[in-house]
Design a protein around this ligand. Structure first.
Ligand code: NDP
Ligand code: GDR
Length: 324
């Protein structure tokens, strides 16, 4: 039986990846931070019905000793490093913490694997945010990076240390440069979920409007369920490599509003207000990924359209609020 260790198992991707690996017969162990509310750590796993099938172990990406302890005990064949302070806007308010978790966390995990001389394969959750001020209209694995936030700078450090450990120590370390991916399990602070939650509130008469920031930024959005499949495929390859994972379709926040409000029979123009408080200090205006390499080498392709994704999210938020 294969064993996988997932950092960030309580997050959106951690939940979908756990589900996928369990379906494939893996033993799944997750690293979780100590919290005063342990119920919270399992909320997403519970949503997917896999809470009882994973093992959770205490640890923190900023605490090398905890990583060594967990790795030595679990001896995983695959390590998926998904843990991060992942909210870009917060990274200007907590840049040092973001650097320590999102950046140094990857250094710690790689170093722990190396010190223990484990043969574990390593996956790093790299991000399209690293392209930032884009240097090409369509971004692929060879496009130069230009990070625009403390989060993106930290991700870039984590990305390059993954490349470096692969080249220096012949580790099976791969980086997935994933473009935005969403789902009903997306954190409420991210724009798609904020919108679908807002749509549901307005539809149910719990609110009349929704405040957003820059409506003209454009993102290449896919479904998290599809994207975790690419992570797993990378780890099954004989040679470790870096891959862009994206849909190749980029739409504005405004267009996403139109789709999500439209799904509930609403016109976003009657409900969305722009509040400059939600603008970024340095914006990433437009991201659009070219996943040709993932398609050709991994046989990966997105399976969910943006319209299907938005509909699934709106429906889930309607159900959640109705239950409350
Ligand atoms: P989430 O924000 O939903 O999850 C982040 C996870 O990291 C949570 O489980 C969180 O735990 C954990 N975490 C935070 N700090 C620490 C720490 N100090 N030690 C250990 N774990 C910690 O992110 P997603 O699931 O959306 O994303 C997964 C990864 O992929 C992240 O690294 C993100 O930056 C990256 N990424 C995401 C993309 C996306 O569109 N979703 C695109 C590209 C990259 P807790 O529950 O305790 O807070
Ligand atoms: P992003 O996601 O920064 O791309 O990072 P987010 O959904 O936060 O922002 C996307 C775009 O929407 C604009 N925007 C708003 N954003 C938020 N959060 N709230 C608003 O009210 C709002 N109004 C407009 C933003 O300015 C931005 O342009 C996500 C995270 O998952 C990262 O961890 C990951 O690395 C990248 O995706 C790829």
């Amino acid at each position: 039986m294969k064993t996988a260790l997932i950092t960030g198992i309580s997050g959106q991707d951690g939940a979908y990846l756990s589900q996928l690996l369990l379906q494939k017969g893996y033993r799944v162990v997750g690293l979780v931070r100590r919290s005063s509310n342990q119920e919270k750590a399992s909320e997403r796993l519970r949503w997917l019905g896999v809470e009882k099938d994973v093992e959770l172990m205490d640890g923190d990406l900023t605490d090398l000793s905890s990583l060594i302890r967990v790795l030595a005990k679990v001896q995983p064949g695959e390590v998926y490093n998904l843990g991060a302070q992942s909210f870009v806007a917060l990274s200007w308010q907590q840049p040092i913490l973001t650097g320590e978790v999102t950046g140094m966390g990857a250094f710690n995990m790689l170093e722990a694997i190396r010190l223990l001389a484990l043969k574990s394969r390593f996956y790093q959750a790299s991000s399209s945010e690293m392209y930032g001020l884009i240097q090409a209209p369509l971004q692929n694995e060879t496009t130069p990076f230009y990070p625009r936030s403390p989060y993106a700078v930290a991700k870039l450090a984590a990305h390059w240390i993954t490349v470096n450990y692969r080249e220096s120590f012949a580790m099976h370390a791969s980086s997935g440069i994933l473009f935005n991916h969403e789902s009903p399990l997306r954190g409420i602070e991210f724009v798609t979920r904020k919108i679908t939650d807002g749509v549901a509130r307005i539809k149910l008469g719990l609110a009349t409007h929704l405040e957003l920031g820059n409506l003209e930024a454009a993102r290449d959005w896919g479904h998290a369920r599809d994207y975790v499949k690419a992570m797993w495929l990378m780890m099954q390859q004989e040679s470790p490599r870096d891959y862009v994972v994206a849909t190749g379709r980029s739409v504005t926040i405004r267009a996403f509003c139109e789709i999500a409000f439209g799904h509930a029979g609403l016109n976003y123009q009657n409900h969305v207000r722009v509040n400059p408080a939600f603008f970024r200090l340095a914006e990433v205006d437009c991201l659009k990924g070219d996943a040709t390499k993932a398609r050709e080498r991994l046989g990966w392709a997105p399976e969910t359209t943006l319209e299907e994704l938005a509909a699934e999210m709106v429906e889930a938020d309607l159900r959640r609020l109705a239950q409350k």
